[in-house]
Ligand binder design. Sequence first.
Ligand SMILES: NC(=O)c1ccc[n+]([C@@H]2O[C@H](COP(=O)([O-])OP(=O)(O)OC[C@H]3O[C@@H](n4cnc5c(N)ncnc54)[C@H](OP(=O)(O)O)[C@@H]3O)[C@@H](O)[C@H]2O)c1
Length: 263
Amino acid sequence: MLPDDVPPIGLGTAGVDDPALIADAIDTGYRFIDTAQRYGNEAAVGAGIRQADVGRDRLFVATKVHERNLAYEDVLQTTAESLDRLGIAQVDLLYVHWPLEAYDPPETFQAFDELYDDGRIKHVGVSNFTPALLDEAHDHLDAPITANQVEMHPLLPQRKLRSYLSTHDIALVAYGPLMVGDVFDVPEITAIAERHDVSAAQVSLAWLLEQGVYPIPRGDTPTHFRDNLAARGLSLDDEDLDQLERIGRTRRVYTNDTVWPTE
Ligand SMILES: NC(=O)c1ccc[n+]([C@@H]2O[C@H](COP(=O)([O-])OP(=O)(O)OC[C@H]3O[C@@H](n4cnc5c(N)ncnc54)[C@H](OP(=O)(O)O)[C@@H]3O)[C@@H](O)[C@H]2O)c1
């Protein structure tokens, strides 16, 4: 599980490479920042962290090792490079981005264990892992798995995975929590938004918070990232939750047939 002081809404930064925007988001209230080697923006995120009026010790910074860098030596070397780019001595959460390409559980997790033991990473995470892949990871990793980052929103409720994660005390971090913008086209969600006079983004995020997961909506626009943070104040009633529960259609925005079957 993530530590209790990790705020439930994080900032997704894929494609965000302006340090001033990152700093603005932090000053607005974001404390959990999600980046990745793959996004090519760790240096911009690091610069934004330094520009913000909030100390590094009050932030929870997560990055991910690119799937092509998952061989033992590459994990060690590229994580050191990520820390340099971010300008921090320790990353709070380091994920395996996808269990693909150079992913090799004994090698990959030996390197993650070493980074954990010598304090360069505070928590180990995985991303895009199914229960079977998590079982395999547990066989090779001594450090606890703190979080699994996967796509989740009202049209992809991840019920089976959530039940596995709660049994194993692993937090779910939800990417694509706004279906990359498509939540605005889901009538069941927009109807609830109208009823509460809020955005459809807030409804999706409030629903995710209600499920006890950590959404990380992407924020490249100040009005958007402010709107998203305000979802913390939206409380959905039983009728809303029931309506979302009954949507009955499934949609996965990010598909990778090697790991997740297309639904
Ligand atoms: N682990 C993985 O494999 C993986 C995969 C995909 C994503 N991620 C992470 O998850 C984060 C979020 O996922 P995502 O970027 O794919 O999708 P998302 O957060 O579901 O949707 C982002 C889109 O919604 C727009 N948006 C955000 N807030 C809005 C609001 N309040 N009103 C209207 N539009 C709004 C954004 O526009 P603006 O940008 O202009 O605000 C952007 O176009 C990423 O940034 C990344 O950090 C991880």
